[in-house]
Design a protein around this ligand. Structure first.
Ligand SMILES: [Zn+2]
Length: 201
């Protein structure tokens, strides 16, 4: 197939084909769409891609995505800084925020502990979380890692590190189906899980 198209079109099809969930046919369709699009429209897509790569960094406090050193949530005066909700990924923050029930701040781990995949605790922002809790102000840490084996294991590991600080440690309630993820849970389910959160022993 590659001989049929020009070099630059082949390149575009190849790049689209690397995106998750995009097969060869979709990659081809998207590429032809871009080729036919008005220049301004195609460039707007190119610029948007450049911007997310150039402008978005990690918040220095919670490690969520942010265009500033400190993200919107961490710099929001109305947020309760004494409660930290610990999640695996930035998209989990979005899922939780959509429930409209969260008044706390977050800590984004950057994944879960998975020794078989080569992900050790030191690859995550766990030490930064412990520092935040040790700094004093924090009264509760809500473990909102995914309700699957890796998420549970990560929550237990972190709670063992935090226990000496005396902070209250809770876990989202089991309304969330075991093995599921925060990202795909419905708002109602998440809200129930937040309200019913239980202390980790
Ligand atoms: Zn932040």
């Amino acid at each position: 197939m590659s001989g049929v198209y020009t070099e630059s079109l082949n390149k575009l099809i190849e790049e689209f084909g690397k995106l998750p969930g995009v097969g060869p046919k979709t990659a081809q369709r998207l590429s032809f769409y871009i080729l036919k699009a008005r220049p301004a429209e195609a460039m707007a897509l190119a610029d948007a891609i450049k911007d997310v790569k150039n402008k978005i960094k990690r918040c220095e406090i919670c490690y969520n995505y942010s265009e500033k050193q400190i993200c919107e949530i961490c710099s929001d005066e109305r947020r309760d800084k004494t409660i930290i909700c610990v999640v695996e990924q930035p998209k989990d923050v979005i899922a939780l925020e959509k429930t409209g029930t969260c008044k706390w701040v977050y800590h984004v781990l950057g994944g879960h502990i998975a020794p078989l995949e080569g992900i050790e605790p030191s690859d995550l922002t766990i030490d930064k979380l412990v520092e935040r809790v040790r700094a004093g102000e924090v009264k509760e840490v809500i473990m909102a890692t995914n309700p699957n084996m890796a998420g549970d294991g990560t929550a237990l590991y972190i709670s063992s590190l935090l226990r000496p600080t005396g902070v209250k440690i809770t876990r989202l309630a089991r309304g969330l189906a075991t093995g599921s993820t925060i990202e795909y849970a419905s708002g109602k389910m998440l809200t129930d899980a937040i309200i019913g959160r239980q202390q980790l022993q």
